[in-house]
Design a protein around this ligand. Structure first.
Ligand SMILES: C[S@@+](CC[C@H](N)C(=O)[O-])C[C@H]1O[C@@H](n2cnc3c(N)ncnc32)[C@H](O)[C@@H]1O
Length: 254
């Protein structure tokens, strides 16, 4: 997988280090407690990247598998694991069609990475792979990013700066509508890095498929291997009262 941003795993991790892995671990456990029909021993993180959440789950005693298409992301993750002692099995694979050595009890995909399924055919293939390795009664949690196409605020660039020691990373994120009918956007991520005075810039442009909530429900129904539990708030295991661009879709393996 070619990507300037994901090849820079350390700078990527710094850029997104606002993630609170402990809170996300608590949220996963809340969902499991409320909705899982099986005891969770092993969890699978799809598009795991540097896997902050999975490292937290491994520390809590779960068996942990991280799957990503980027060798650079997984190399970085393995180096970090040596330093912090957590145990995670890494798998380099395409999340749209993968195989694992074992079945798992809980699967999640974070930060809108589900849009890397790119189109509905691949999303259905992705669901088949998840279904093959998720034990019956186990949950699949999708942190989905949907877009209100009519609201101009979605198309404005978001810019933020994060620091770690003497490294500063300024991120610019902007989706631009590409094709309204197929709901594709061109996503641009730019990292401007100052690493101890050395300045660098990395840019990625990728075409992603936004999955609207009703569409996601219909595709899950068509796949037929999951029960659709509902849409939830992004930071609480609380059902959404109205459609929101930030949401969690929760499925349970039949
Ligand atoms: C937005 S990042 C999310 C990383 C991490 N889950 C997090 O929450 O910080 C998306 C990740 O998905 C991976 N990815 C993109 N397309 C993929 C595919 N088809 N199969 C597996 N991983 C993929 C990228 O390499 C990257 O690590």
């Amino acid at each position: 997988m070619k990507s300037q941003i994901y090849d820079q795993a350390k700078y990527y991790e710094i850029a997104f280090s606002f993630i609170d892995a402990k809170k996300q671990g608590d949220l996963f456990e809340e969902f499991i407690k409320k909705y899982s029909k099986r005891k969770v021993k092993t969890v699978l993180d799809l598009g795991c990247g540097t896997a902050l959440q999975l490292r937290e789950m491994a520390k809590r005693g779960y068996g942990a598998i991280g799957l990503d298409a980027s060798a650079k992301m997984l190399d970085y993750l393995r180096r970090e694991l040596l330093a912090d002692g957590a145990k995670i099995e890494t798998v380099k694979a395409d999340m749209n069609k993968f195989s694992l050595k074992q079945k798992v009890d809980f699967v999640y995909i974070m930060m809108g990475s589900i849009s890397y399924t790119k189109n509905n055919k691949l999303f259905l293939s992705h669901l088949n792979s998840v279904a093959e390795y998720l034990n019956s009664g186990g949950l699949y949690l999708i942190e989905n990013l949907t877009i209100n196409w009519a609201d101009p605020k979605f198309w404005k660039p978001q810019i933020w700066t994060m620091r770690r020691g003497k490294i500063k990373v300024r991120t610019t994120y902007q989706p631009i509508p590409k094709d309204l009918l197929s709901q594709t956007v061109t996503q641009t991520i730019k990292l401007k890095v100052d690493d101890n005075g050395k300045r660098m810039e990395f840019i990625d442009k990728d075409e992603l498929k936004i999955i609207a909530p009703e569409e996601l429900k219909l595709l899950v129904e068509k796949n037929g291997k999951f029960e659709f539990i509902g849409f939830f708030e992004r930071y609480k295991a609380r059902p959404l009262r109205k459609i929101s661009s930030d949401n969690i879709a929760l499925l349970r393996r039949i």
